[in-house]
Design a protein around this ligand. Structure first.
Ligand SMILES: NC(=O)c1ccc[n+]([C@@H]2O[C@H](COP(=O)([O-])OP(=O)(O)OC[C@H]3O[C@@H](n4cnc5c(N)ncnc54)[C@H](OP(=O)(O)O)[C@@H]3O)[C@@H](O)[C@H]2O)c1
Length: 318
């Protein structure tokens, strides 16, 4: 089978699409024929081992898994003899931030990492509903969003932000979002009530006060956003911030009224069923930016590493 391989932490230029042996599922595993995967920001961190902390998960000196890929949508091709919940031909999707070796024609994993794709959702949409949406859910699972609240999403067009905006829109709240001028219509269609073009205006000059500020792209800081927060407001960022300051603020603000929370990775058994429910109801539509064939994977990584994708970038395997 064909697989995208890197044997050391590197830039996108060193990814090679190689012909290697197709994996065989163990008794408790499933072989999945991958149809679509995405190239996302978690993949970029897994490729480059940046931030350094990734090495504690992926391998200190070199990656334990040489095949790239974290999320996938595909079809069950064969099953181990102890697998009971799936059959050959089932459509499944999944996401493993530690690596699912899915930028390849086939991968194997155990049943608990696989989720049925809702009937009316095609394989492209399914693949685009995983990584960013999974992290978006980590922003909201720890906070209690209530009707009438005022919420700001910085970077509402990224993989995380575009899913987060749709998740927050499930509530009767007022949403302010930031994006660049070209994406204003998109952000409006996803449910924002007030929009800042970050190239022209600074949202921190806003006179409104917010219950939650979700910095989905980590481009602002608690220091800049603090004045916008209500008395018991919360700032949550997808990044650790300059000098990893959000860890310090997380501890410091545990005793103050305005708080900083870090969106810790959360159980896939909770996030993916939540995403599936919204997909099923037509209340979440993943944003797809562009699609590359497996052979052009280096170009896909180059584009995603630039940090300006809109929503999700698909990689077509079959
Ligand atoms: N905490 C975690 O476990 C975790 C996991 C995954 C990713 N991350 C981090 O989370 C961040 C977001 O990930 P992502 O996949 O959503 O990113 P992404 O899709 O690569 O974000 C790209 C988007 O960022 C927007 N953007 C760029 N500069 C901006 C600015 N100054 N203000 C507002 N928006 C800006 C762009 O908007 P326009 O197109 O409108 O210009 C673009 O749509 C990344 O920094 C990533 O490293 C964290």
């Amino acid at each position: 089978m064909k697989a995208a391989i890197r044997r050391k932490y590197c830039s996108q230029d060193l990814i090679k699409v190689e012909e290697i042996e197709k994996p065989t599922p163990a008794d408790n595993e499933v072989l999945i024929k991958i149809c679509y995967t995405t190239v996302n920001r978690t993949d970029c961190a897994n490729l480059t081992a940046k931030p350094f902390i990734m090495r504690f998960v992926l391998g200190l000196f070199k990656p334990r898994k040489i095949i790239l890929g974290t999320d996938f949508a595909g079809i069950v091709a064969s099953i181990g003899k102890n697998v009971n919940s799936l059959s050959i031909g089932d459509r499944v999707f999944g996401f493993m931030d530690e690596g699912s070796e899915s930028q390849a024609q086939y991968t194997t994993t155990t049943e608990e990492n696989l989720f049925p794709i809702p009937d009316q959702i095609d394989l492209k949409q399914a693949a685009a509903s995983l990584e960013g949406a999974n992290y978006a859910y980590t922003f909201i699972h720890k906070v209690k969003i209530q009707s009438g609240q005022n919420i700001l999403i910085n970077g509402a067009t990224g993989g995380i932000g575009s899913a987060l905006l749709q998740f927050v829109r499930q509530h009767d709240v007022k949403i302010t979002a930031t994006c660049s001028g070209k994406n204003i219509n998109l952000v409006q269609s996803l449910g924002a009530d007030k929009i800042y073009d970050y190239n022209k205006e600074d949202f921190t000059d806003d006179q409104d006060k917010y219950d939650f500020i979700f910095d989905a792209v980590g481009k602002s800081t608690f220091g800049k956003c603090k004045k916008l927060l209500k008395e018991k407001g919360v700032y949550i960022s997808s990044e650790l911030g300059p000098y990893s300051q959000n860890i310090f603020f997380l501890l410091l603000t545990s005793i103050t009224r305005k708080k900083v929370i870090f969106p810790m990775p959360y159980s896939r058994q909770k996030t993916i069923p939540y995403i599936s429910t919204l997909l099923n109801k037509g209340k979440f539509k993943p944003v797809i930016d562009r699609e590359y064939p497996l052979e052009e994977i280096s170009k896909a990584y180059e584009y995603v590493l630039a940090g300006q994708k809109t929503g999700n970038v698909l990689l077509k395997i079959e």
